[in-house]
Write a protein that binds this ligand. Structure first.
Ligand SMILES: [Zn+2]
Length: 205
């Protein structure tokens, strides 16, 4: 098999995201949510998240302010057919009355790749959990050294990094609220940051 030259980032562009219940938000800040960067702590188990307001119905969405994505069942099924659904850690979404929100689950990727940009990109490290917080400017790309064919990764926009084959199938499920962006795999970074920005969050279990 030829080495891929490109991967694809998939993420939601909607402003109509899921909203967590206030009480759940407060509990999360005391337990599984990092107070420095508002992302789940690496070692946290999150069985469910209580939602006060559902987001728009798209194959990929996110929970506002907590660094978790929301995936629809048909996209999860598609990833399962490619044998990569286990690359995501899933959490149940509940309504405020405790009933399950069917057809959607919250997710965190086991592994993430940072989408990189040019030297004007912003970068800092979370002073609490050490997570890399990177916003790419200019042309986006991914470092080849960070990517492994055969698995899917998360990206910093609460979405996914996938192969061409998966991206082509995702297009069929997708709506205007989903961006599918082609990213070259480069051997060297263009941001003058001499940093290994890989983030392996596979320490949940
Ligand atoms: Zn943090």
């Amino acid at each position: 098999m030829n080495k891929p030259s490109y991967v694809f980032a998939i993420f939601s562009t909607t402003s109509d995201a899921y909203e967590m219940r206030n009480k759940t938000c407060d509990e999360a800040k005391g337990t599984w949510l990092c107070s420095g960067c508002a992302s789940p702590k690496k070692t946290s188990e999150i069985h469910h998240v209580v939602i006060k307001q559902k987001g728009i119905n798209t194959s990929l969405n996110f929970i506002s302010g907590v660094g978790m994505g929301v995936i629809r069942e048909d996209l999860l099924q598609l990833l399962s057919e490619f044998g990569v659904s286990n690359d995501l850690i899933l959490s149940t979404l509940l309504n405020e009355d405790g009933s399950k929100i069917s057809g959607f689950q919250a997710f965190r990727p086991k592994k993430e790749i940072i989408i990189r940009g040019n030297s004007a990109s912003s970068y800092r490290k979370c002073e609490v959990c050490g997570r890399h917080l990177y916003h790419p400017l200019g042309d986006w790309y991914v470092l080849r050294s960070q990517y492994s064919p055969g698995i899917i990764f998360g990206n910093q926009f609460k979405g996914l990094i996938v192969s061409l084959e998966i991206a082509n199938q995702v297009k069929k499920l997708s709506s205007k609220q989903i961006a599918i962006t082609k990213l070259p795999l480069l051997d060297a970074a263009r941001d003058n940051l001499n940093l290994d920005l890989s983030l392996d969050v596979k320490s949940y279990q």
